[in-house]
Design a protein around this ligand. Sequence first.
Ligand SMILES: Nc1nc2c(ncn2[C@@H]2O[C@H](COP(=O)(O)OP(=O)(O)OP(=O)(O)O)[C@@H](O)[C@H]2O)c(=O)[nH]1
Length: 242
Amino acid sequence: MAERGPSVEFSGSLTSSILPPPRTRIFKIIVIGDSGVGKTCLTYRFCAGKFPEKTEATIGVDFRERLDEIDGEKIKIQLWDTAGQERFRKSMVQHYYRNVHAVVFVYDVTNAASFRSLPAWIEECKQHALGTEVPRILVGNKCDLQDSIQVSTDVAQQFADSHSMPLFETSAKSPNRQGEGSYGSGNSDHVEAIFMTVAHKLKSQKPLVLSQPPGGSGGPISLSRGMSDGGDVARSWACSSC
Ligand SMILES: Nc1nc2c(ncn2[C@@H]2O[C@H](COP(=O)(O)OP(=O)(O)OP(=O)(O)O)[C@@H](O)[C@H]2O)c(=O)[nH]1
């Protein structure tokens, strides 16, 4: 009869010193819309906490990241600031759409053409196999320019409803006008709250989708299927915190 070897019991503290530290989940959120609507400024505002002094047209894509703790879990919110100009997008476009967790469509409330372009941006997402299971939101930027508004909240809301997206109106430049939180008669949302709402939404979807070991971007990235709900996620969520 074979002898049993010594049994080893791990105490809680020993276990925790042996197990690798928990991985940091990464949420990849792409920000798309016409050139000049303020994608760079919005992503900069969220990641750096301020409005950039000067911006230039994005070429290809820029990444901005922010590490947050949501319900006790470290989450890396990775914003992909994509070029609005066609000539700066071409070679990169397929990279934007790989392993995307959420999409932020941006238009400029003072530029009706940027609003009319939205169906084309939605179509581009569709062509890259991004379905409605991937949470999408609509952001009307530059609400600080109250005298130049060309896209009313009503019209934007109808569009958002017809595409099952929550609508947020904001300003990357002065997101809450010294804390008043509103422009004119409408409400405007903080840039911070908008992206955090997306992150909370993603966090509430169970499976690990894209993860990276702690300690930076050098390590391997592992992938697994996400979006357990199966149903039409975009239809079922809205901003609760703004
Ligand atoms: N008043 C005002 N101006 C803004 C706001 N957001 C951006 N801008 C200005 O709009 C211009 C374009 O902003 P960007 O963030 O570079 O626009 P973009 O969408 O990233 O443009 P591309 O990189 O070409 O796709 C800049 O001059 C910004 O200063 C805002 O909330 N209010």
